[in-house]
Design a protein around this ligand. Sequence first.
Ligand SMILES: Nc1nc2c(c(=O)[nH]1)N[C@H]1C(S)=C(S)[C@@H](COP(=O)(O)OP(=O)(O)OC[C@H]3O[C@@H](n4cnc5c(=O)[nH]c(N)nc54)[C@H](O)[C@@H]3O)O[C@H]1N2
Ligand SMILES: Nc1nc2c(c(=O)[nH]1)N[C@H]1C(S)=C(S)[C@@H](COP(=O)(O)OP(=O)(O)OC[C@H]3O[C@@H](n4cnc5c(=O)[nH]c(N)nc54)[C@H](O)[C@@H]3O)O[C@H]1N2
Ligand code: SF4
Ligand SMILES: [Mo]
Length: 709
Amino acid sequence: MTEALTYCRICTGHCGLVVTIDDEGRPVSAHGDRDDPRSIGYICSKGSTLPSAHTEPSRLLHPLKRQPDGSFVKIGLEQALDEIAAKLRTILEEDGPDAIAGFRGTGGFFTTAGLGMLPGFLGALGSHKLYTTLTIDQSAKVIAAYRLGIWPPGKQDFQTSDVAMVMGVNPMVSMAQLDTRNPVKRIKAAKARGLKLIVIDPRRTETAQYADLFVQPLPGHDAAILAAILRIVLENGWHDAEFCADHVGDLDQLRAQVAPFTAERVAERAGITAQQLQAIAEMFARDGKRGIAATGTGTDMGPHSNLAEHLVEALNVICGRMIRAGERIPNQGFVLNRGPKPAQVVPLPRAWESGPQSRLGDYGLVGGEMVTGKLADDILEPGAGRVRFMLNHGGNPASAVPDQRKMAKALEALDLLVSIEPTMSATAQMSHYILPPKLQFERPDLPIYLFEPNIFPTPYTRYTPPIVAPPADSEVCDEWWVMWALAARLGVQIDYMGTALDMVTAPTEDDLIAMTLVGAPASLDEIRRHPRGYYHDEEVYALPADPATAGRFATMPDDVVAEIGLLRAELDSPASDGFAFRMINRRSRHRMNSMGANLPELQRLMPYNVAYMNPGDMADQAIGEGDWIEIRSDNGAIRVLAESDGALRNGVVSISHGFGAFPGDADFKTYGASPNLLISTDRDLQTINAMPRMTAIPVDIRRVEAETV
Ligand SMILES: Nc1nc2c(c(=O)[nH]1)N[C@H]1C(S)=C(S)[C@@H](COP(=O)(O)OP(=O)(O)OC[C@H]3O[C@@H](n4cnc5c(=O)[nH]c(N)nc54)[C@H](O)[C@@H]3O)O[C@H]1N2
Ligand SMILES: Nc1nc2c(c(=O)[nH]1)N[C@H]1C(S)=C(S)[C@@H](COP(=O)(O)OP(=O)(O)OC[C@H]3O[C@@H](n4cnc5c(=O)[nH]c(N)nc54)[C@H](O)[C@@H]3O)O[C@H]1N2
Ligand code: SF4
Ligand SMILES: [Mo]
């Protein structure tokens, strides 16, 4: 037995791991690395099952080709690539590059060499159809930055805050926001130094346990709640007037637009009290001097999500929670985003208004990507540019994309679906070819380098070498290599993050990692010398503004005025839409989205998802603990077991995604149910990013007899 150091690449926690490897070179167990300065020993159930993810019999070890009867046969990797390339060539000749799409999911986001390769591959083919999970996640944050303007030094960091407000996010489970490194330890330490924490969530979450102020509204009202908070702050003069005078272009317009959102009106609709809204504003803006308000999926997936995200950032702006000239910037970025950072607003052109547009609906590129809310339509709707080929890189769109039935129909309609995927996921089952990749212990990597300052409080990266070899007799692929090899067969040139690749001799994975680091302040060799991570020691300060180029924050551009107008009209109309409940999202501790479904240890911890309800609601509906219920929206129905949860407020039902069998063989008893059967991509889409309404879904609930499930 030997031990090797590495870190987990399932989520942004990137917890340090000590992996025990047996004499045959197989990983047998993993525990948290107490000496890892980031995670200080923390590890969750998902991280501890990484060894079995590598050795589980259900792991796919050979490329598979689907047969007409739906079964799969083994095929050699080179043969599979030849066949895929031939088909790709035909589709390109017939329909051009618009017929070629890529989908990147969570598995793809966490592989360093693969991350940059998919855009490179699509670009080489002339396709702009890069779809990812970003636009069914928190792309409202991208839109808010573009609409408001950018502040290059960034916002104040959690580590030096005296107040933090989190809305629709549960960092203690999800590792999103606040501090991604062992969040329980970090929040306790922050509270010990006096941090005030405000949590706004329909569920008393694991994070709410640490709240100084917890407010439990009905879901779907975040935009109105934020408008009301802004109104209170402005009315009382708790904003940073000096900062606003210097850097905000339209404070009066903001004041005018939030004026109708009185605490009383909003509180009544959101099922809270006006005093609670007042208390939030007091704690955040009157008493708090440093620290920001931040959101997660609960806010960015709801109705009016783009507006809600815009308003939360407007709150940070008017309270002046930006790093000022002369202040130290704790993390300017390590891999990306380095360079001078003046303390001024940089207005951005609205990227989605020019460049490639979606074939269906009025949507441009968001963060350089096509909008996934329109992916199924792009495959299903006939016409020039219809997608016929899709390379699925580490995603499970058949489970993750809203309107599961429609997405499944779309995947079935593809001429060719190729998945780089290690398990027989719902999407893998529909793929013509499955190319299983090496898993994380078998490849070198860096931690995810997107969103760096949000994930790493100081400039940081960590090189991990492969710590084990792939199983003997397996034929697993390097994910980046699949894309390189297909491009090479088609005779096209890949540009990998600004470097033109040699298309005759493949680069090594370390070459690609070094190319990823071209803008970083340390070389791969230097980084490798620090096995527990490279912490870059630099003092970087925000520069003074340049009056010649400084812009102003736009808190109320015309389209935001239009969106807040719609919200105001809703507030004026009757509250009821005929549905008695709202279904909300929630991450499971023991799954990363659908990942983990094939692992017996995680299955034992959570075999299927259940619907959590407030005990009072259950009593009202004559639903007992463990009864089967049907949840019905205007898009479909699912059957799940009901479980009482006193942490939930009344009127909501909370259920995790990533569960459920494939639509069509809906075996709710074994696999649970996919909330995406209840979510539509035909209505309730946000403008700009086509974001579906993925939380606060209007539903009805009734008890059903177990025999009928
Ligand atoms: N109803 C509802 N739907 C949602 C959400 C919600 O809250 N509610 N959340 C949305 C969000 S935020 C997201 S990010 C998406 C997630 O959507 P996806 O990313 O599409 O879903 P995952 O289940 O994370 O799929 C990841 C896949 O990667 C595979 N994988 C694991 N390791 C590797 C690897 O090393 N390499 C490769 N190539 N693959 C690997 C896994 O087996 C798995 O099949 O779901 C979205 N869908
Ligand atoms: N264990 C685990 N960790 C994960 C993941 C996972 O699947 N499992 N997924 C990863 C991914 S892909 C992502 S994007 C992040 C997401 O990270 P988070 O955004 O923290 O995701 P959730 O834990 O689902 O938290 C959403 C919260 O919003 C609340 N909520 C729902 N609707 C509303 C609403 O209308 N208003 C308000 N105010 N709150 C609402 C829910 O009750 C819930 O507490 O987590 C990542 N981390
Ligand atoms: S999945 Fe668990 S162990 Fe892995 S990084 Fe996230 S929190 Fe850490
Ligand atoms: Mo996500």
